[in-house]
Design a protein around this ligand. Structure first.
Ligand code: PLP
Length: 388
């Protein structure tokens, strides 16, 4: 076999008949949005990640934006994140009028490097340019070193958002990613390539009652319908509501929430299968020049991505060869600061060398629940053939 009979991607959703039934049930009901299914999904999400509050929204991008808003990010503020991420991890700060900067990665996990964070915080403190918020990305589903990162950020009174878009279902120090024990807010994505899906969708979770309340309000135009909060409570009828802030319409529909609720029941199954696939790749590449990412002992990765690293001068050729064999490989990520939009802000090549080096070598190969053993074996043999 020289190519797969049908193309496969690097990731894809798994939809079963329970998922379909759950969505259809909502479609036949009275409420397509703003019914009770959204709340049920949020409750289930809280349970599964062990957080107090979950606010489901129409994307992780929206969840990141709301998270920055409730933490008070605005003009004059600085937000730091990892350059090895999707642009949304940085864009959310710009939506709020803040400035963005980056903390480079540690090469073995491709996550934010605590040592570099420590140095950068010390320098920023001296210059009186500390960030208000640090957005930590759990790349590929493997938690960043939150113990170290949290200790450093707290020292300087910097708030932490976990961009856990890759990592729902992952664990760190025995606890679920998203329990916010070492952060203020965590964000998940439910895009179809991610761990569980709602089509488009995302959520933020937090243990803070006030931020949760604010995020719920901002999700619906900044409007409140709760009498206790009214500025003008006198003699108002039941129609009355008040807008207190410039919010957005970031709601998730109830049929999406139904899909999420149904998917969430299989989250552990998904994580387990992805770990099985990852282990088979690990074994196959163990005694070859192909490098893979390290998963620290403290961590159970949800394995949203499986990344191989090949010599930079060979990457384009290997990538092309895999695509020609119908293997839908991808590259995660083009460092955010190298995007033309960010270069206009003054960033350039060489600013975050570790992320740039990592990017020049990385290829994400297929990992998803329904990837068959035969398909995976074919991927392995093609990778070995192209790199051998
Ligand atoms: C997918 C992703 C996002 C954006 O998620 P959407 O739900 O598509 O908005 C943000 N950050 C990271 C790290 C992601 O991988």
């Amino acid at each position: 076999m020289n190519q797969l009979p049908k193309p496969i991607g690097y990731g894809r959703q798994h939809i079963n008949s329970d998922d379909i039934d759950a969505v259809v049930e909502v479609l036949r009901s009275d409420f397509l949005t703003q019914g009770s299914t959204g709340q049920h999904f949020e409750d289930a999400l809280c349970q599964s990640v062990n957080a107090r509050h979950a606010i489901a929204v129409n994307s992780a991008t929206s969840a990141l934006h709301l998270s920055c808003r409730v933490l008070g990010v605005g003009p004059g503020d600085i937000v730091w994140t990892s350059p090895n991420s999707f642009v949304a991890s940085a864009n959310c700060a710009l939506y709020c009028g803040a400035a963005v900067d980056f903390v480079d990665i540690e090469p073995d996990t491709a996550n934010m490097c605590p040592d570099l964070l420590e140095q950068k915080l010390a320098t920023a403190a001296k210059a009186n340019k500390l960030p208000k918020v640090l957005i930590v990305v759990h790349f590929s589903g493997c938690s960043a070193n939150m113990n170290a990162i949290c200790r450093l950020a707290r020292n300087y009174d910097v708030k932490i958002i976990e961009d856990a878009s890759h990592a729902v279902g992952g664990r760190y120090l025995g606890a679920p990613v998203g329990n916010c024990a070492l952060s203020d807010i965590a964000v998940f994505s439910f895009h179809p390539v991610k761990m569980i899906t709602t089509g488009e969708g995302g959520a933020l979770v937090t243990n803070d009652d006030y931020w949760a309340d604010e995020a719920r309000k901002l999700r619906t135009h900044g409007i409140t319908r709760s009498k206790e909060e009214f500025i003008f409570p006198e003699d108002q009828g039941d129609w009355y509501y008040e807008q207190h802030d410039l919010g957005l319409n970031y709601r998730m529909t109830d049929f999406q929430a139904a899909l999420g609720l149904s998917q969430l029941k299989r989250l552990w199954e998904f994580v387990e299968r992805r770990n099985e696939i990852a282990q088979k790749y690990d074994r196959a590449f163990a005694d070859t020049p192909i490098e893979t990412l390290r998963v620290p002992e403290s961590t159970v990765s949800s394995f949203h991505l499986y990344v191989i690293r090949v010599a930079a001068d060979n990457r384009a050729r290997v990538f092309k060869g895999l695509r020609e064999a119908q293997i839908g490989v991808n590259v995660h990520y083009i460092p955010i600061h190298l995007q033309p939009f960010y270069r206009k802000m003054g960033f350039s090549v060489g600013d975050f060398e570790k992320a740039e080096r990592y990017y020049s070598e990385a290829i994400s190969i297929p990992i998803f629940f329904e990837l068959s053993d035969q398909e995976q074996s074919f991927v392995i043999s093609k990778v070995l053939e192209l790199t051998g």
